[in-house]
Design a protein around this ligand. Sequence first.
Ligand code: ADP
Ligand code: MG
Length: 228
Amino acid sequence: MIHLQNIRKVFNAGQPNEFVAIEGVHLSIDAHVVTALKGPSGSGKTTLLSLLGCMARPTSGRITLKGREITSLPERFLTEIRRETFGMIFQQFNLIKGLTALENVMLPAYPKGEKHAVLKRRAMELLALLNLAGKALVRVEWLSGGEAQRTAIARALINNPAIVIADEPTAHLDSALSLEFMEIMRQLKADGKTILIASHDPIVHTSDVIDRMVEIRDGKIVSSGDGA
Ligand code: ADP
Ligand code: MG
């Protein structure tokens, strides 16, 4: 589904603080597989996720998504592909304060210009699915950590993405909520989603929801979990 070929990502290229964050990465992500990206802090997990999710461009190398070369596409195409294909769950949840849970869930769908009523119904269904129906009209700053996390998951699903990407999703959750998060991932997997989770949390690594473990260190893949 996603192929990375000889990917290199350099920050501050040509400057004294030049930093090679990703180097020589070859990686293929197959559809319907749950992949965990494991590695110490600073190893390049977030950078690699942002490349896989078409949120950043590599300095060199090729990325193809569903057979289509995307590295050279203009930004406006990339934005659309991103919105259609990926649902993102961030470590800090990145919910917009002052808005309700419902409004936050609806937000990523606004650029598609759907009817408000249709969108609202879909958002309410997702909130209900994540056991948040009663919290739809609550401003997100009043939600508990677990509720905020589930709101962020609902928001990631609003455009029905094929691929769900989560960056350190359990970092701010206790172990019970972390296990619950993995159970939600199990459901998404059963629904046919392709899932990528960057994490250094053993609860994630030991979960039987994970099909494949990719290990990264100093920007290089040290184990790609496919015997290659
Ligand atoms: P991880 O998610 O595994 O903790 P990151 O991908 O966030 O690692 O970062 C990998 C390395 O790249 C770190 O050393 C980080 O400081 C560096 N880095 C990340 N983003 C930038 C940036 N925008 N500019 C400069 N350096 C960066
Ligand atoms: Mg990170």
